[in-house]
Design a protein around this ligand. Structure first.
Ligand code: C2E
Ligand code: MG
Ligand code: MG
Ligand code: MG
Length: 277
């Protein structure tokens, strides 16, 4: 009968809704203890200079392993942490771990080592963020020029004045600011005009189909050329094939990041793969 069908539908709908709410609740309840239980750690992915094919540094990427949930990708929990405010504490953990690691690698290499760290909107808007970063660099005895902060346009959407001031303060100290996932938002171009970034990271979605898609080649070419005109360094994200590498090189892109050069790995693996001969 009709009512039975509806009943079935209703309960299915209800189950689905409940399971996604439960999932979120479960994630959140585990995330609360993740730091204390030492379930969070960083992976590092090489940033490669396309001209010399040398590794100039690494991007720190957050990882979460929970005994019940297993490995939870950042795309699943960073937003949650942003919403409940935990990202401040977690972001601090990321900053401390990544800067300590970078100081160690810089000493090991006896040369510049660039560390790129992702910063979330809530973190960036915290009072005295620029001063906090300066204190951390002093604590770990790292030159300001070895730090690059990766931000997305979400940061710029919320409070333009604050973002502008923070970016200027950080850059005045020598810290680089890169605009991450470039091309995926909806006002990226006007942001380039309003702010002076140091680096542009072309989103992976442009790079993935370079071989197959003429339009993606044109867009990538245009983004690199525009970045250079604006005196920005340009990094192509998500480079997986030789053809993609050849294309971005031929377009004079500065840096590459992607599985072709190296996947994100533990600090130990990064060190033995890339920093010791
Ligand atoms: P993102 O900053 O754009 O980082 C690049 C993402 O692309 C990483 O995903 C990386 O593993 C992946 N990737 C790199 N090369 C390739 C490739 O050749 N092919 C493919 N398919 N993927 C590649 P991941 O580690 O899952 O991180 C996802 C996002 O989570 C990051 O995107 C960033 O927005 C955020 N995130 C990661 N760590 C942190 C953190 O410490 N703080 C904050 N606020 N956000 C973070
Ligand atoms: Mg990034
Ligand atoms: Mg990105
Ligand atoms: Mg991203």
């Amino acid at each position: 009968s009709i009512s039975k069908t509806e009943g079935v539908r209703y309960s299915f709908f209800n189950q689905d809704t409940q399971s996604s709410i439960e999932q979120r609740y479960q994630l959140e309840s585990h995330l609360v203890d993740a730091l204390n239980n030492q379930e969070l750690y960083l992976n590092y992915q090489p940033l490669v200079c396309l001209k010399t094919h040398r590794i100039l540094g690494a991007e720190a990427l957050l990882r979460w392993h929970n005994p019940v949930l297993g490995q939870v990708p950042p795309d699943k929990f960073i937003n949650l942490a942003e919403h409940n405010g935990q990202i401040i504490e977690i972001g601090n953990f990321v900053l401390h771990s990544a800067l300590a690691q970078a100081a160690h690698w810089q000493a090991l290499q006896q040369s510049d080592f660039r560390i790129a760290i992702n910063i979330s909107p809530l973190q960036f808007r915290a009072p005295n963020f620029a001063e906090h970063i300066a204190d951390l660099l002093t604590l770990y005895q790292l030159p300001t020029t070895s730090l690059e902060l990766e931000i997305t346009e979400g940061i710029l959407l919320q409070d333009e004045h604050l973002a502008h001031d923070s970016i200027k303060k950080l850059q005045a100290q020598g810290i680089r600011i890169s605009l991450d996932d470039f091309g995926t938002g909806y006002s990226s171009l006007s942001y380039l005009q309003k702010y002076s970034f140091n680096t542009l990271k072309i989103d992976r979605c442009f790079i993935t189909n370079l071989e197959k898609n003429e339009q993606d080649r044109e867009l990538t070419r245009a983004i690199i050329a525009m970045g250079k005109k604006l005196n920005l360094h340009v990094i192509a994200e998500g480079v997986e094939t030789q053809e993609q590498d050849r294309f971005i090189q031929s377009e004079d892109c500065d840096y590459g990041q992607g599985y072709l050069y190296g996947k994100p790995t533990s600090a130990d693996e990064f060190e033995s793969n890339y920093l010791t001969e």
